[in-house]
Write a protein that binds this ligand. Structure first.
Ligand SMILES: [Zn+2]
Ligand SMILES: [Zn+2]
Length: 259
């Protein structure tokens, strides 16, 4: 594929001192007002992700706990989704790396933030934006009987996929494959980083399902609210089709500098 480079990094993470240095560098740049930091709100970097002028390149640092490496098909689907929507003339680079499990059964959003602070080693530099995604074992503490959360976008350039929970759903009889569920949740969470819906990328026409937060009113759209819970996806996806963005969502992304 054009402008795409995949780096398979099977190495274990560098010593903690390395990530501390990187964070210090990042904090200095942030203080000087030169670069966006990584602790902003979801949607805050939407324009930087969509446009190609300030940041011509994008690097994805994907991290997974043992056994939860995203499938090759998932990575291909994700790449296609990004190439379709983002203006990145200098290319999109993916790095995939295993990390140790924190060993928790349940994680809060703060737990995930703390984990990212420990394991993220790549940060935005001049001309190149970095997004970090963690495929995590255990489950989300906010799960309810009818809503098992499969993913959360929780900072301006960060998301988590609850890979173990996701596999509990894809493993059920007649359920969509792991790759289809993974791709759907991955694209959906990235949609939130892109400021959808009305969350950092202004709406061109009204299509926010305000009852469900930053989601789209179209049931067929990738950004419909049921696309990030296991129960919602099992009820919705038949066969192997990954939902795509509807015209209203694409219109918003284009108006904010995307494709
Ligand atoms: Zn969502
Ligand atoms: Zn939509």
């Amino acid at each position: 594929m054009r402008h795409l480079f995949i780096v398979f990094a099977f190495l274990t993470l560098f010593a903690a001192s390395c990530s501390t240095d990187a964070m210090n560098d990042n904090s200095l740049a942030e203080a000087a007002g030169e670069l966006p930091g990584y602790r902003g709100e979801v949607g805050e970097s939407a324009a930087d992700l969509l446009r190609g002028d300030a940041f011509g390149g994008l690097t994805l640092q994907l991290l997974y706990t043992p056994g939860l490496r995203p499938s090759d098909q998932t990575i291909q689907n994700f790449q296609a989704f990004l190439l379709d929507r983002l203006n990145k003339p200098d290319g999109i680079t993916l790095t995939i790396q295993e990390i140790g499990s924190p060993g928790q059964e349940v994680y809060s959003t703060q737990d995930v933030r703390d984990l990212e602070d420990t394991v993220r080693t790549l940060f935005t530099t001049e001309g190149n934006l970095v997004v970090c995604g963690i495929f995590l074992d255990g489950s989300f503490e906010g799960n309810t009987e009818n809503g098992s959360v499969l993913g959360i976008a929780y900072r301006n350039t960060s998301f988590v996929i609850f890979g173990e929970t996701l596999r509990e759903f894809s493993g059920q009889p007649l359920a969509p494959s792991t790759a289809v569920l993974e791709s759907t949740v991955l694209n959906h969470e990235f949609g939130h980083l892109l400021g959808l819906v009305n969350g950092g990328t202004p709406m061109q026409d009204a299509h926010q399902d305000t009852e469900h937060g930053r989601h789209c009113t179209s049931e067929d759209c990738l950004m419909y609210w049921t696309a990030e819970t296991g129960e919602g996806l099992l009820n919705r996806i038949s066969g192997g089709t990954i939902p795509s963005l509807d015209a209203a969502c694409i219109q918003d992304l284009r108006a904010n500098g995307g494709k």
